[in-house]
Design a protein around this ligand. Structure first.
Ligand code: PLP
Length: 370
């Protein structure tokens, strides 16, 4: 039996990808160039031919989407408190006001039944988050958005490779932002991408990505808008191109491992298992909730003692000091607070063996029964 430390996630980078990175490093052109363009084209194919632009993070893709949607001071943007804090930070970054709506405990995603009650005359957009790779109901989401004329910026950071009713996430909808952070299902080390809706100027997206600079064929340039420094490098894009070859296989392997968790976790331990979706989700994470009252810190330590890494993704973000200082309070979003306090992320990554799942399940039993 393998007794090495099992982290909660680990990227799978093959030798061909490593060789392609070496090639870029030797080529004389290492920042944004032909590899980024090839990566964007490959992503566009996966997104039904829609325009896609690459970024150096998922956060940058989200922020540029808000800028392209003209979201600014005085505007309200609805999102979930149970997400990586980047989702809400970008709303503040563009000067707008985050309006949080509690989650549906069945999916752990934003509760679409409660979204309409949060819409005001100042609401401009919704940022749904596909937590753990489980897609928010796109039919209901877009029905609400159309009724109230809201823009949607899909935070699909965790759902690259997932689908909604057979259609890949990114192939339909308004703005769709992906992250290729090291821990995501597909990585470029750090990176992200934005799928653009048809009414948006891809040239403006490119300018916002890099200092607002527009270059002319005669060598001149202009800056007409304040842009950031958010371009992906060719080194990173080469990693992404190598990863894309394995996307389907990665997703399939994650599904198999998730199924095995459902079969092997002792049901008497009192864990609340994640929603068992085997058609849409890409199983970015496998997250049971600890039995109420369990000391999570002690549990994580007990797992670590047995060689198993456990993560926490995420505490409800309105409880962070920055958001409390904006007026959010404990007790405001009880469902998100409950999940955020009890959630643990168990190891799940494509290179895991079936026996690794069994090892984790045995360790769970040891940790929770003592
Ligand atoms: C990872 C992540 C982001 C941010 O992506 P980065 O590439 O780390 O900037 C945003 N939202 C969610 C839900 C994420 O998981």
């Amino acid at each position: 039996m393998n007794t090495d430390f099992l982290p909660f996630t680990r990227p799978s980078i093959d030798e061909a990808t490593i060789a392609s990175v070496t090639e870029v490093l030797r080529s004389g052109w290492i920042t944004s160039g032909p590899k980024v363009q090839a990566f964007e084209s490959a992503l566009s194919v996966l997104c039904g031919g829609r325009p896609v632009r690459a970024f150096n993070s998922g956060t940058a893709a989200l922020e540029v989407a808000l800028r392209l949607a003209n979201i600014q001071a005085g505007d309200e943007v609805i999102t979930t408190p149970l997400t990586w804090v980047a989702t809400a930070n970008v709303i503040l970054e563009v000067g707008a006001t985050p309006v949080l709506v509690d989650i549906d405990p069945a999916t752990r995603n934003i509760d679409l039944d409660r979204v309409e009650a949060a819409i005001t005359a100042r609401t401009r957009a919704i940022i749904p988050v596909d937590l753990a790779g489980l897609p928010v109901d796109r039919d209901r989401l877009y029905a609400i958005a159309h009724t109230h004329q809201l823009r949607v910026v899909e935070d699909a950071a965790q759902s690259f490779g997932a689908s909604w009713k057979g259609r890949p996430i990114g192939s339909t909808g308004d703005f769709v932002a992906f992250s290729f952070h090291a821990n995501k299902n597909l990585t470029t080390t750090e990176g992200g991408a934005l799928v653009l809706p048809a009414d948006v100027d891809a040239g403006l997206c490119e300018r916002l990505r890099l200092q607002g600079v527009q270059r002319f064929p005669d060598g001149g340039m202009d800056v007409d808008v304040l842009g950031g420094k958010w371009n992906l490098t060719d080194v990173a894009a080469a990693v992404g191109l190598g990863q894309l070859k394995h996307l389907d296989e990665f997703t399939e392997r994650r599904r198999q491992l998730a199924r095995r968790y459902f079969e092997k976790i002792d049901p008497t331990l009192g864990l609340a298992l994640p929603p068992a979706d085997f058609s849409n989700s890409n199983w970015h994470m496998f997250q049971p909730l600890l039995p109420p009252g369990t000391d999570r810190g002690a549990f994580i330590a007990a797992m670590k003692d047995q060689g198993i890494g456990v993560g926490v993704h995420y505490p409800a973000l309105h409880l962070f000091s920055l958001y409390r200082n904006l007026g959010f309070k404990a007790g405001q979003f009880p469902q998100a607070e409950n999940v955020g306090a009890r959630t643990v992320t168990l190891p799940l990554f494509p290179a895991m063996e079936d026996s690794d799942v069994d090892r984790v399940c045995q360790a769970l039993t040891n940790a929770l029964q003592r």
